[in-house]
Write a protein that binds this ligand. Structure first.
Ligand SMILES: [Zn+2]
Length: 350
């Protein structure tokens, strides 16, 4: 199996697809570089000159970027189906989403989650489905469904489940509610990620919450809060959706902590996606915000597929290209996306 990739990389055999004469964002060294991109099956086998492809595209003037990853999103907030959602966001460069079907689960329980799992198998979008953790979110809700600790323990091992969705009932974690701990411990045993949701939680309470094994958070409200969460190892989402745009939190990002900062939309309505885009819109907003901030990033900020990169040298070039919305560039960003995603099964928000 490997032989065909080695042969193609050595130019002894033809590649399937060749993207010629363009530039690409190199996430390993933080530069925008030039070179033909040779693709065999679903992977990039080489970048350079002299490759031949069964299908070749001249991408002169375009820049290839990795597929964008929405680290936390509720598809149902767009008021569309997973299929429709994929059709809307893939053309904008998003190739992977971490989806928590919380609103569906609130009404339909596991049937709602299974619906998304099955739909995810038929779309050209990598949908990683989280098992909704807090159904209902509070005891006062009357939506109907309940997923207790036994339900979570029973379903978290499902191979189609990526992890546990945002654990918004943080008082139950801190209060060591037995059913809550059962959910968390079952997820640990399954060796899967746990997303968080803890607005304004800091100090000892944050310490206690994190001891539950929660790995991410997208609810920071203040810069100080976000910095503290990052300092304690939390993968912190910068949320740029329809209802919350945490642009001020860009100031919390530093050259030391940027790899703990991820992008997410959380909730974004279909009409706004159609009007402004998806994560490409988030990128443009963040780059525009970063460009007017004097410190702490002290230069501008660019986004990789799963984290942030600060660059002292080539950033203006990145920024101007990413900040402009060229249809050509958006389409092209899709082709090699999955091949160079820097994610692992244990990396949230990938
Ligand atoms: Zn959410």
């Amino acid at each position: 199996m490997l032989e065909k990739y080695i042969k193609a990389a050595l130019k002894e055999t033809e590649c399937d697809v060749l993207l010629k004469n363009g530039s690409y964002v190199n996430l390993f060294d933080g530069e925008v570089e030039e070179g033909d991109i040779a693709i065999k099956d679903d992977r990039i086998v080489g970048i350079g000159k002299g490759y031949k492809g069964k299908t070749e595209y001249d991408i002169t003037g375009m820049t290839v970027i990795p597929g964008l990853i929405d680290g936390h999103v509720h598809i149902e907030s767009s008021q569309s189906t997973p299929e429709e959602f994929a059709a809307m966001i893939v053309p904008h460069g998003t190739t992977t989403i971490i989806a928590d079907p919380h609103e569906l689960a609130n009404v339909l329980g596991m049937n709602g989650i299974h619906y998304v799992v099955e739909a995810a198998k038929n779309v050209p979008l990598d949908i990683k489905v989280q098992l909704s953790s807090c159904v209902p979110a509070t005891p006062f809700e009357t939506s109907g469904a309940i997923l207790n600790g036994d339900d979570i323990a029973k379903n978290i091992t499902d191979k189609d489940i990526n992890g546990l969705g945002e654990f918004m009932a943080y008082p139950s974690v801190i209060g060591c509610d037995p059913d809550t701990l059962k959910k968390l411990e079952a997820t640990h045993e399954a060796d899967k990620v746990i997303d968080g949701h803890a607005p304004l939680l800091q100090g000892d309470q944050l310490n206690g919450y994190l001891c539950g094994g929660i790995m991410t958070d997208h609810e920071s409200i203040t810069i100080d809060e976000m910095k503290e969460k990052i300092s304690k190892g939390v993968y912190t989402h910068l949320r740029v959706g329809s209802y919350t745009r945490s642009m001020d939190l860009v100031k919390a990002i530093t050259p030391w902590n940027y790899r703990r900062v991820l992008l997410c939309t959380d909730d974004k309505h279909a009409a706004e996606i159609k009007k402004n885009g998806h994560l490409d819109d988030a990128l443009r907003r963040v780059v525009a915000t970063a460009s007017v901030i004097e410190a702490p990033s002290h230069l501008s900020i660019s986004l990789t597929s799963s984290s942030w990169i600060t660059s002292k040298t080539s950033t203006p070039r990145w920024s101007s290209k990413m900040a402009s919305s060229s249809p050509k560039t958006e389409n092209l960003s899709l082709t090699p996306a999955r091949d160079i995603s820097l994610t692992s099964s244990r990396t949230p928000s990938t």
